[in-house]
Design a protein around this ligand. Sequence first.
Ligand code: HEM
Length: 106
Amino acid sequence: AAGDPTAGEKVFRKCQSCHAIGPEAKSKTGPALTGVVGRPAGKFEGYAYSPAMTKEAEAGLVWTPEKIDAFLANPKKFLPGTKMTFAGLRKDQERADLIAYLAKFP
Ligand code: HEM
């Protein structure tokens, strides 16, 4: 089913220990996610990404909804060497809802 941003806001609780989102958001353990949907990877200003993320960014990775979906399903499989220590979201609907929520913050 299409992503539901209201349901996605609840799923985002799993991300909030490391990520903030919104106009005033600052990076924490992870980069701020404001505007991340459609943005080239590794580009939040002032954030020190891992060498693995930097390499993918230089290779042209862009965070389309499809790429975010694949990353969140299994971060270490999608991007070996990432410093995002998050097990991943196994449920397809949770990822779709979450991406719909992220897209509310351009
Ligand atoms: C990176 C999303 C959970 C720590 C990223 C990026 C995205 C993302 C899209 C890439 C950002 C960019 O290229 O600017 C999410 C979402 C989460 C989540 C939606 C919840 C489902 C977490 C958690 C942690 C974390 C729980 C900490 C335990 C990081 C770190 C990076 C990162 C450290 C930088 C990775 C690197 O440079 O290799 N996250 N994340 N994330 N995230 Fe998360």
